[in-house]
Design a protein around this ligand. Structure first.
Ligand SMILES: Nc1ncnc2c1ncn2[C@@H]1O[C@H](COP(=O)(O)OP(=O)(O)OP(=O)(O)O)[C@@H](O)[C@H]1O
Length: 259
């Protein structure tokens, strides 16, 4: 059984006279422990799909299940990391990471230990007592990842988490995510515009069509693991990247002709 099943999902937004069909007949199956990456033209409905899986939006049609159970709303079983930094500015790194555990009533000792583990895992061991304002963008996203993982989610949902970072930091964060995933093996659904990022991270890249978004292709990335940035110079990497670029280019070109 798939960890996540999205079957024939559709979503239309209507505000006043404006009706936008964001998603149409989306079908997606993500396996347990899979690192799944979604790419697609701008506005094709990637965030809408992720928000439906997160339970923040409701699909108009179709079914979304995790572990065979229907997703009805947000839950601690799905951790989210967004592009924008979402830390509580008045809480230290440690307190931010402990936040969800505190809400769930985990004892002080236990949540300190759990938080410490994840803070160390993302390489922020010496910043536990620091407030977010003293952290760089990359460090804030490390805290966001640690905070999401501390709740031991069944799945991590990541919407362009490195999109606001400079190229160098982004690379460091991609490698960090790969290391974290190798250790924790949490199932990840990750959205990006960056094809290099998609190929470097993914077990499978799901390419969406232009709006209304559908899953156009699934491309398996069988580059050896563990991976780091050196994988990006291999001939296999270039071949997969080219294949995805051509699909996306085709989508953009058709959209331009129809406009
Ligand atoms: N709450 C909303 N109300 C009305 N329209 C919306 C809403 N959310 C999304 N849309 C529309 O649905 C379409 C898909 O948006 P979505 O943000 O999911 O796309 P995306 O692929 O994530 O875009 P991008 O790559 O540019 O971030 C867009 O046309 C957007 O304007």
């Amino acid at each position: 059984m798939s960890k996540l099943m999205v079957e024939q999902v559709g979503k239309t937004f209507a505000s006043g006279d404006i009706v936008v069909e964001a998603l149409s007949d989306i079908n997606l199956r993500i396996a347990e422990h899979e690192l799944a990456v979604i790419v697609g033209p701008s506005g094709c409905g990637k965030s809408t799909l992720l928000n439906i899986v997160a339970g923040l939006e409701q699909a108009d049609s179709g079914i979304v299940t995790m572990n065979g159970r229907s997703i009805e709303g947000p839950g601690a079983d799905r951790g989210m990391v967004f592009q924008s930094y979402t830390l509580f500015p008045w809480l230290t790194v440690q307190q931010n990471v402990e936040f969800g555990l505190r809400i769930r009533g985990i004892t002080a000792k236990e949540r300190q230990e759990i938080a410490r583990h994840y803070i160390d895992l993302v390489g922020l061991g010496s910043f536990a007592a620091t407030l977010p304002k003293a952290l760089s963008g990359g460090m804030k996203q490390r805290v966001a990842i640690a905070r999401a993982l501390a709740n031991k989610p069944e799945m991590l949902l990541m919407d362009e988490p490195f999109g606001a970072l400079d190229a160098q930091t982004r690379l460091v964060m991609q490698e960090l995510l790969l290391t974290v995933w190798e250790q924790e093996r949490t199932t990840i659904l990750f959205i990006t515009h960056d094809i290099d990022e998609a190929v470097l991270l993914a077990d499978n890249v799901y390419v969406m069509s232009r709006r209304p978004g559908r899953i156009r292709n699934q491309i398996q990335v069988s580059l050896p693991r563990p991976r780091d940035h050196r994988a990006t110079v291999s001939p296999e990497f270039s071949t997969i990247k080219k294949e995805i670029m051509e699909m996306l280019w085709e989508e953009s070109r058709t959209a331009a002709i129809e406009r």
